[in-house]
Design a protein around this ligand. Structure first.
Ligand code: MLT
Length: 275
């Protein structure tokens, strides 16, 4: 990761400019989704920043490498990608749910690269013993009946009950995106989430602005988790998204995008292209 753009040749170093010098936003998807889940964000936010949305290993179009994975490894994968793309620093890191666990880990490892954090539908704590047992049970289910057995069980809880009943198109979209995760990806990520560290002790030391976004009707991670992070992080803003469950960026994209754009403008300043 570097602020400089330089291509090295044997004889000289060529300097150049490209639009990718804009401040960047890393979008890290949840489990067992992919960068496709950011569909309503990609174009809208690209007007303001350089948007980078990877498919984590084993998910979406990325290779289906065998696990177990770790949250640290997934954060390092993202760091490697940003380094490879020579992304200007500092940038904003946004993670939803499992992506939020990775975003917190990214900050723990590379605070100097992070201008701000967006924590969506996530929590800071580690898994309880019952939660860890649930991960193992889900991994067994995936191994015995396929990865989609896990995603099918999660689907009704991914969205607010009202979205699940009324928005057939969105339900099918989420089902398709989750259905693309490989068996390796599902089993590997379950192990990563099971073994993740408790980030709660770090919250008071977060020195950058943090935007916390959470669906009011999230059935997988209760709103109380977002409220607890809001209280513990020194410079945080909390937006509870009405009529949204675990995927507020898909269920209420306008509210989600407006909050993110305001946050990006606070951090990077308003786009002065027209001035
Ligand atoms: C996710 O959406 O990424 C997962 O539901 C998070 C989790 O299971 O802890």
């Amino acid at each position: 990761m570097s602020d400089e753009n330089e291509e090295r040749d044997e004889d000289f170093v060529m300097a150049f400019q490209d639009s990718c010098d804009r401040p960047a936003l890393l979008l890290i998807h949840g489990f067992p989704l992919s960068s496709q889940m950011w569909e309503p964000q990609l174009d809208d936010l690209a007007e303001f920043v350089r948007v980078i949305a990877p498919d984590l290993r084993g998910h979406g179009q990325s290779d289906s490498v065998p696990g177990p994975y770790s949250i640290t490894q997934l954060a390092e994968d993202c760091a490697d990608l940003l380094g490879h793309l020579n992304v200007a620093t500092p940038f904003v890191v946004c993670g939803l749910s499992m992506g939020g666990y990775i975003a917190l880990e990214f900050y723990r490892r590379y605070p100097e690269y992070v201008a701000g954090l967006i924590l969506a539908a996530t929590r800071a704590g580690a898994d309880s013993p019952e939660g860890k047992a649930g991960r193992d049970k889900a991994a067994e289910l995936a191994k015995n009946e396929g990865a989609t057995a896990v995603s099918a069980g999660m689907l009704p809880k991914m969205l607010a009950p009202s979205t699940y009943e009324d928005d057939e198109e969105l339900v099918e979209f989420v089902e398709d995106v989750m259905g693309a995760a490989s068996l390796n990806g599902v089993v590997g990520a379950l192990a990563a989430m099971r073994d993740r560290v408790d980030s709660t002790p770090m919250l008071g030391d977060i020195a950058v602005p943090v935007l916390i976004l959470h669906g009011a009707d999230d059935q997988l991670i209760p709103v109380a988790e977002a409220e607890a992070m809001f209280k513990a992080i020194p410079n945080a803003e909390l937006v509870i998204v009405p009529d949204a469950g675990h995927l507020p960026n898909l269920e209420q994209p306008d509210i989600f995008n407006d909050a993110v754009i305001d946050f990006l403008e606070e951090i990077f300043g308003e786009d002065d292209e027209d001035e």
